[in-house]
Design a protein around this ligand. Sequence first.
Ligand code: G4P
Length: 527
Amino acid sequence: MSNIEKEVAQRRTFAIISHPDAGKTTITERLLLMGKAIEVAGTVKSRKSDRHATSDWMEMEKQRGISITTSVMQFPYRDHMINLLDTPGHEDFSEDTYRTLTAVDSALMVLDGGKGVEPRTIALMDVCRLRDTPIVSFINKMDRDIRDPIELLDEIEEVLNIKAAPITWPIGCYRDFKGVYHLKEDYILVYASGHGHERTETRIIQNLDSDEAREHIGDEYERFVDQLELVQGACHEFDQDEFLAGKLTPVFFGTALGNFGVDHVLDSIVDWAPSPLPRTANERVVEPTEESFSGFVFKIQANMDPRHRDRIAFMRVCSGKYEKNMKMRHARIGKDIRIADALTFFSSEREQLEEAYAGDIIGLHNHGTIQIGDTFTDGENISFTGIPHFAPELFRRVRLKDPLKSKQLRQGLRELAEEGATQVFFPERNNDIILGAVGVLQFDVVASRLKEEYRVECAYEPINVWSARWIESSDKKKLEEFSNKAVENLAVDGGGHLTYLAPTRVNLSLTEERWPEISFNATREHH
Ligand code: G4P
């Protein structure tokens, strides 16, 4: 095995998908604890609670300076190197959250056991499905009164359209939560409350059919055994191939707060989730173990650590090896640049990076030349695909405070759209400018950056747009007919692509039905 092959085989790169409050921050912290990246829980958490929504740019910048250190976390676990990519949740939810999912090889879905599948879970799963990303599931908050576990598995299968294979099964919940039974390995992991903040030794009872197990479960023993029989008869069995194809998810139960069951999840990622996968470029498929370096940019963060006032482009390495001071070809503009000071995020602190392999994320200082989707290589002219624009879910009309600044506004918005901070649409019928975003904070970011970087002040107005779809058709005549008929709802986006702005969900489905020759795409590839 070559050194590169060895490094690649050891890597696992994943992200957590969950609805706000399901427990992502808590579980992230437990994972870092397990990777010994932090010593005491509370580190990540306190950062989060320092943060609150604000439209004051400087404040936001300061706060993001702190949150950035958790945006990529690398830590060792069981002779493997784990890259955990943060997917911004609450108020800083944005298109970056979606794009981050294009840079991972697997995902961990965290559900609140009391709530089950929630809207944000569904949206994030849809993004994972674009690449058939393998999903591990964790049903959290077993120390609370949760819903019937069988019902939760049914919901995963029905709403998310993925087979659910329980690997562990909970013994009771809330005050009667006694642990989880490992269906494949026939042991009980015994729950003891109050150890959430440290790494602790957990008690294990081998064999469900043992006196110790009977004693531990108590009066509920017979009922539990009956339920297990039902579960084993009715549920899917874990199948590695189906998992890798994104068609089946192994399901674990536990409590992130109690640091219980989280190790099962991390073990499953090491044991079952794929090491860095090949990536498709327009020209060819790139294997992670190739000697020559390549990577793509999936996220640009405008506001970093206040001590380093710069923008950072986050690149996923796809092949070869990054070394300090290496020369990289910026494939889109065909220029070679020397990268002396890429960043890594090892153990939650920014550090000078020495080397990186496929699956790792590096941060490049960006002075405006790097866009989302850009490919870097060590000389080959290729461009990776699969880092799309996502149809925005929120829209605002831009109102300029000084009408004479219209040119600067358009230029600023085009550039910010290229960078991926927002999407911009110019309607065919009037001179409005419409911004589209996935998270509401994106609008604030754009307004303050327009002011700071382009000296343009603007305000926003609500606008009656529900969603956007990129229009395509091989039937040119039909496309023209449609363009004439639907002109009221058509716009051109920042990249010059024709877009349909649907006022309502119903309008969109009726229009799709009426125009079967036209494709209404919810994503668009860069470039
Ligand atoms: P998020 O990042 O997905 O938004 O969720 P986060 O981890 O912040 O968790 C949301 C709330 O749920 C937090 O409570 C957290 O303590 C709690 N929580 C997470 N995992 C568990 C669990 O296994 N059991 C129980 N009972 N609660 C859990 P909070 O009150 O909003 O915050 P805090 O005051 O505890 O910081």
